[in-house]
Ligand binder design. Structure first.
Ligand SMILES: [Zn+2]
Length: 200
């Protein structure tokens, strides 16, 4: 994308991602169903795309900051990514108005430096305390993140079996196999057409 980014120190999401859509997967834990929302790529950063998603799809005032960069903590330069998200909880009788707290929280949120988001020596707890200690900070247990996709050879074959045989015929490539790329994780599956002719 050298051409698209020419003249820009930081090319925006639109020039880097083009005509795609912004997909948001919200996982609220084992007791809740995961769900996915789709919005257009609007805004010059992924963080702004995410804010747009929350404004349109959830009608929840949300701010997102994301940072990626290299940092060196004595083991050479390593890539790190970090992010922070704040949301305004709707006011109710018990809570009272939240508007003023939301304004103050956003002002503090704006002071977060990108270097702070990727600083391996600054824990998220310390960052939270640094920002919001006057309001009191309560931290819930963390959950480890790992890259994971639900795709599998079985699932891909099930999808292919749903196509009429004549359509599958047209998918066979030069090596005699059908290749399917999972659009979520980019894993490429190769399927022997003969396995699809067996009873489902
Ligand atoms: Zn996948």
């Amino acid at each position: 994308m050298a051409e698209a980014s020419a003249g820009f120190v930081r090319p925006g999401a639109k020039s880097l991602l083009g005509e795609g859509v912004f997909l948001m997967t919200v996982d609220q834990g084992p007791d809740m169903d995961r769900y996915q929302g789709v919005t257009a790529i609007e805004g010059e950063t992924l963080a702004l795309c995410a804010e747009q998603y929350f404004a349109q799809s959830e009608q929840t005032p949300t701010r997102v900051r994301l940072a990626v960069g290299q940092s060196d903590v004595g083991e050479g330069l390593k890539w790190r990514a970090g992010g922070v998200l704040i949301q305004n909880i709707a006011e109710d009788d018990a809570r009272g108005p939240t508007e003023e707290a939301w304004t103050r929280t956003q002002a503090l949120f704006e002071t977060i430096g990108e270097d702070e988001l990727i600083d391996s020596l600054l824990s998220s707890n310390h960052l939270l305390f640094r920002l919001f200690h006057e309001d009191g900070v309560r931290v819930f247990g963390s959950q480890p993140l790992r890259a994971f996709c639900r795709c599998s050879q079985d699932r891909i074959e099930t999808v292919l079996k749903s196509f009429p045989p004549e359509d599958r015929e047209g998918m066979i490539e030069a090596d005699g196999k059908i290749h399917v790329t999972c659009e979520y994780c980019s894993h490429v599956y190769a399927v022997e057409p003969a396995t699809l002719d067996q009873a489902a």
